[in-house]
Design a protein around this ligand. Structure first.
Ligand code: IMP
Ligand code: MG
Length: 218
């Protein structure tokens, strides 16, 4: 088809095709966005805060042997964007946890599904979390990692829900303190979905009222 077009017509058609593709990747109005009650933190605010967090972390760890440990899976997008604003040598590693029992995050007993690949003794460890809710996950992880004698152990979390806290956690850097609502997007899921939304949004209660996975705040 394009063989029959003049170069000008071909360029015009290509521009139209690119504009249509851009509109498709603009998620607003997409199939997942329809389950969002409202956007809590948009992409621009996320980006700005990551620049600030990256600068503060860079200042603290310049000249130190830094290891960022992200907790799977929710922290993956946060980690990936954050380290682009930490322009000093460092390594990354991952841990995966799950909670025992029906009470999901707040049961207080955490199971390690994936441990670190290397020892952390003498290294400066920064735990990277998506969200702190009851605090049980981080209380357990910091206890576990502190026993391995790192040179230092600190926490950066993208989100914090202080109203939900059940155990005290010492957090070095918080992206945003948010109200007591269940949020999705930018790595955070409900029933393993919505991680790919580029913003943090509040899930419509109608979604979990209809889902077998139930109320995520219970
Ligand atoms: P905590 O042990 O109660 O602090 O739970 C932390 C974990 O619960 C987080 O790392 C998330 O995986 C999950 N979580 C807590 N609140 C939310 C939320 O609003 N949306 C998505 N996941 C959440
Ligand atoms: Mg998490």
């Amino acid at each position: 088809m394009s063989l029959l077009m003049s170069p000008e017509a071909f360029i015009f058609a290509e521009k139209r095709r690119c504009m249509a593709a851009e509109n498709q990747t603009d998620h607003k109005g997409g199939i997942l966005d329809r389950d969002v009650e409202r956007v809590l933190i948009d992409e621009a605010r996320l980006k700005q805060r990551l620049i600030e967090l990256g600068a503060a972390i860079t200042d603290t760890y310049t000249g130190k042997d830094l290891l960022l440990v992200a907790v799977l899976k929710g922290s993956v997008l946060f980690l990936a964007d954050l380290i682009r604003h930490i322009p000093i040598p460092h390594e990354i590693d991952f841990m995966a946890t799950s909670s025992y029992g029906a009470g999901v995050a707040s049961s207080g007993v955490v199971r390690i599904l994936k441990d670190l690949n290397k020892p952390i003794e003498g290294r400066h460890v920064l735990l990277v979390e998506d969200i702190i809710d009851s605090g049980h996950t981080l209380a357990y992880l910091t206890g576990l990692l502190a026993a391995r004698n790192p040179a230092s152990l600190q926490i950066v979390t993208l989100l914090d829900k202080p109203d939900r806290r059940e155990v005290e956690i010492d957090v070095a850097w918080t992206g945003f303190s948010i109200p007591n609502e269940f949020v999705i997007g930018y790595g955070l899921d409900y029933n393993e979905r919505y991680r790919n939304l580029p913003y943090i949004g509040i899930l419509k209660p109608a979604v979990y009222a209809q889902s077998d996975a139930g109320d995520p705040m219970e």
